[in-house]
Design a protein around this ligand. Structure first.
Ligand SMILES: NC(=O)c1ccc[n+]([C@@H]2O[C@H](COP(=O)([O-])OP(=O)(O)OC[C@H]3O[C@@H](n4cnc5c(N)ncnc54)[C@H](O)[C@@H]3O)[C@@H](O)[C@H]2O)c1
Length: 438
């Protein structure tokens, strides 16, 4: 393919070296003349393992050139990769000035040619950048509409400095954000020699996966470093403890606990976070990161309360009271917190939870119910229909499979706040649906 790469920085140089190695013809573009001159002379402007040889070879074979002239680069290529910087702005938000400037320059240059052109965003940008910022600029400046001689893909880069060439050659996957119905055949072909799995998704999801990946890495590091300090204060070799933590591929290093949804609760997680923090306090080890965990969890209950309250003080049916489906364990259940928050603000409430209902009838967990939630027990009803008749808002936390048909049948006319992501709720006709984070 004939490619142009905008931005001769860490990502741009590695992209140039690795794509030239695959046999493509590349022209690199930058606004800094020194970088252009260095690359054109076959020298890498960045320090990175294995990159010097790749760049020297690509330039020697005539597969890689460099220029400061955008129009010339666009005329000599069919696909442009944007790899310019996206630094933090003064408010912490990302500064998209370079991305917008380069998109405008590319758009203007596309206007001057008469063959189709594809633009690929490799820089890290926040969700919405494609649809709200870059595509409108490209369309305006090129005079073309997306899909009519102009294609655009979000294609975030996952390389790490220090092992960037290796990471380019062996990425976890190739992620492509595309418009609906576009399978990104041209971009798939570009990466096919790499052999990594390809995921094509929406622009926004592709943009956000890169973002949350880096945040996740930061969260993992903050957790490991802070917890490591607390453990060390008790004579524990934290490296060994974390090595073994990582050996659990079922719950720890796995998709478990990584599905966005409602607050956590139950008899273990909140208690053990609190007790771990008390260990830190007793040895005066600072734990500002872990101290926010329960506060963050509480904020999610508050977010759901706000979502309900936004619809006025109408009667609410709450599905689920135990901390998760299939148990009658009410200890530290976030649904109990939500129910109490709603009651406290004067909402009329009916609660249905099959497992808690069975426990009540059998006398199991009775002492806990009588002692801790007598005020909620009075609001419990015996069927989904009983919960929904007379209510206007349904908050669906969890529902046993055997109750789903009855729930779906009686839901019509309700505002539904789905905390569980139940597949048949979203497509239910005749309800006003709100997903918690989807
Ligand atoms: N560095 C990494 O490890 C890494 C990894 C993955 C993703 N990313 C993301 O990739 C993007 C680039 O990162 P980087 O570290 O390579 O940045 P960098 O600062 O090293 O390079 C950016 C280059 O873009 C050039 N540039 C700015 N405006 C331009 C314009 N209008 N036209 C042409 N060139 C222009 C700059 O002169 C600079 O050479 C960022 O969004 C970053 O978040 C970086």
């Amino acid at each position: 393919m004939r490619l142009s790469v905008f931005g001769i920085g860490y990502v741009g140089v590695v992209t140039c070296g690795c794509l030239a190695e695959l046999g493509h013809e590349l022209v690199a573009v930058d606004i800094v003349p020194e970088k252009v001159a260095m690359l054109a002379a076959g020298r890498s402007p960045i320090v990175e393992d294995r990159i010097d040889g790749l760049i020297a070879e690509a330039v020697r074979q005539g597969r890689l050139t460099a220029t400061g002239d955008t129009a010339a680069a666009i005329a000599r290529s069919d696909l442009s990769v944007i790899a310019v910087g996206t630094p933090s702005g003064p408010d912490g938000g990302v500064a998209l000035g370079a991305v917008e400037a380069v998109a405008a320059a590319i758009g203007r240059a596309i206007r001057a040619k008469d063959t189709p052109h594809t633009v690929v965003m490799r820089s890290t940008v926040p969700p919405g950048t494609a649809e709200e910022r870059v595509i409108p600029i490209l369309e305006r400046e090129s005079g073309r509409r997306l899909g009519e001689g102009l294609a655009y893909y979000a294609n975030p880069e996952f390389l790490r400095e220090g092992s960037a060439v290796q990471d380019f050659r062996k990425p976890p996957f190739t992620l492509i954000g595309a418009p609906p119905g576009d399978d990104a055949i041209e971009l798939r072909a570009l990466y096919s020699p790499i052999g990594a799995p390809v995921h094509v998704t929406s622009y926004r999801v592709a943009e956000s996966v890169k973002h949350i990946s880096n945040v996740f890495h930061a969260v993992k590091l903050a957790f490991a470093n802070e917890a490591g300090g607390i453990l060390a204060a008790y004579g524990v070799d934290a490296r060994e403890a974390f090595r073994l933590l990582c050996e659990d591929r079922v719950l720890n290093i796995s998709p478990a606990y990584l599905r966005p949804g409602f607050a956590f609760g139950g008899s273990c997680l909140p208690k053990d976070v609190r007790s771990f923090l008390s260990l830190a306090d007793r040895r005066n080890v600072a734990a500002p990161f872990l101290r926010q965990v329960l506060a963050g969890n509480q904020a999610i209950v508050e977010r759901v309360f706000d979502l309900v309250a936004r619809h006025g003080r109408q009667p609410v049916a709450l599905f689920g009271l135990a901390f998760k489906q299939g148990t009658d364990d009410l200890r530290e259940s976030p649904f109990v917190l939500l129910a109490e928050r709603l009651l406290g603000r004067g909402f009329e409430l009916r609660i249905y939870d099959r497992s808690v209902q069975v426990a009540r009838l059998m006398g199991a967990n009775r002492a806990y119910i009588d002692r801790e939630i007598p005020h909620l027990e009075r609001l419990m009803v015996i069927s989904p229909q009983a919960a929904l008749s007379g209510s206007r808002i349904a908050v669906v936390g969890h529902v046993a499979p055997e109750d789903r048909p009855a729930l779906l049948e009686a839901l019509a006319g309700h505002v539904v706040i789905d905390l569980a992501g139940m597949p048949d709720l979203r497509s239910h006709p005749g309800i006003a649906y709100h997903g918690l984070c989807w």
